[in-house]
Design a protein around this ligand. Structure first.
Ligand SMILES: Nc1nc2c(ncn2[C@@H]2O[C@H](COP(=O)(O)OP(=O)(O)OP(=O)(O)O)[C@@H](O)[C@H]2O)c(=O)[nH]1
Length: 343
């Protein structure tokens, strides 16, 4: 079965990148401010640590602007940031109200890391913070019959649960949106947007591994007559029927796509021209041998296919589609129901 390509979760990435960049600017600004304050107070060691944090944040900002490994760099930022928070909590001169900052941990972790990793990192740091807090203020365990510590634990759990539920919901909405934006609504095959993405991915894979890559353009023959004779609804069902045949016949790594109307394309990774011709022939035979049937309605089908091979017929998707389209045109001119790979 075909169509197992993934489309990147671009919208979530860009939101997280924007948030991390804002945080880094904020961290750099605060670091610079406290550097000046502590220099004036004469607390030199702390002042230079803060200056170091400000410079590190600015350097990280430059990396984060472009990196494809956003999650990795987010962790590089979050772990020292949250560890400093834990150290601050533990300092003898720190007031118990420093603990209030722990409430931003689940929100920050979920927004920056997504539901799963966000939950794990939040739970880890919340447990460390609670342990440090109780170690430093053991009275809270015994005062008012646990009421105060129960308040802290419950309010933290509620914040954690809300952050998780919110982030899981928006993660699902983003995934649904990506599926909608990359799928043909009638046949559920990939659309051209997803096909373009898959092509770029497969071409760089083919370049790296020195493997072949081919493409088919498939057009149903005389489809206008199907609509004219049986109506548009049956025409739609025929398109769904053809999409199903493509899915059944192709490998999981192949990508069939509905370009529009009654035209389909198929991306064939790891497939040279000769193998692509065989695949095209078997698709043509399959479609011709399985007319669409529903009750007493029987619609005989056939298709014409143009074949193009990456490298021989061009480098870009547009060049390959143009070559395959020309051959498809030749197939139509020569009487339809055939595969053409030259010309
Ligand atoms: N039912 C249905 N018909 C569609 C859809 N999209 C395009 N069509 C129809 O597909 C037909 C395509 O007709 P033509 O471009 O003339 O091609 P053809 O009849 O297949 O003839 P050849 O390609 O030359 O074999 C038109 O009648 C379009 O209205 C769709 O989503 N559903």
């Amino acid at each position: 079965m075909g169509t197992d390509f993934q489309v990147g979760d671009h919208s979530g990435q860009s939101q997280r990148r924007a948030l991390l960049k804002a945080l880094l600017i904020l961290t750099a600004g605060c670091g610079a401010l406290f550097f000046v304050i502590n220099i004036r107070r004469g607390v030199m060691v702390l002042a230079y640590i803060e200056l170091g944090a400000a410079i590190a944040s600015l350097l990280l900002y430059v990396v984060v602007r472009r990196t494809p490994r956003l999650r990795f760099w987010t962790l590089i930022y979050l772990f020292p940031f949250l560890t400093i928070m834990m150290v601050a909590l533990h300092l003898p001169q720190a007031s118990p109200t420093v603990f209030l900052w722990i409430y931003i941990v689940p929100v920050l972790c979920h927004l920056l890391l997504g539901p799963r990793l966000g939950l794990s990192v939040s739970v880890f740091f919340i447990l460390v913070a609670l342990a440090l807090f109780l170690y430093k203020y053991p009275d809270y365990l015994y005062r008012s019959g646990f009421a105060e510590i129960a308040n802290i634990v419950l309010s933290l759990s509620v914040t954690l649960a809300f952050a998780y539920i919110y982030e899981r919901g928006s993660h699902r909405s983003r995934s649904d949106l990506v599926v909608m934006a990359s799928t043909d609504p009638l046949t559920r095959l990939a659309n051209l947007y997803r096909f373009r993405e898959a092509f770029v991915h497969e071409r760089s894979r083919a370049q790296r591994l020195d493997t072949p890559l081919s493409l088919l353009v498939l057009d149903l023959d005389l489809f206008k007559a199907v609509n004219d004779n049986h109506g548009h609804r049956i025409g739609d069902l025929v398109l769904i029927h053809v999409a199903q045949r493509l899915r059944e016949r192709l490998r999981a790594t192949d990508l069939p796509c509905r370009v529009g109307g009654e035209e389909f394309t198929v991306l064939l990774p790891d497939t040279n021209r000769d193998e692509a011709i065989l695949v095209a022939e078997s698709l043509r035979e399959l479609i011709a041998s399985q007319p669409y049937q529903r009750g007493r309605v029987s619609v005989p089908l056939s298709c014409s296919i143009g074949v193009a091979e990456w490298g021989t017929d061009g480098d870009s998707l547009d060049e390959l589609v143009e070559a395959a389209d020309q051959r498809l045109y030749i197939a139509k001119q020569q009487g339809r129901n055939q595969v053409v790979w030259e010309g």
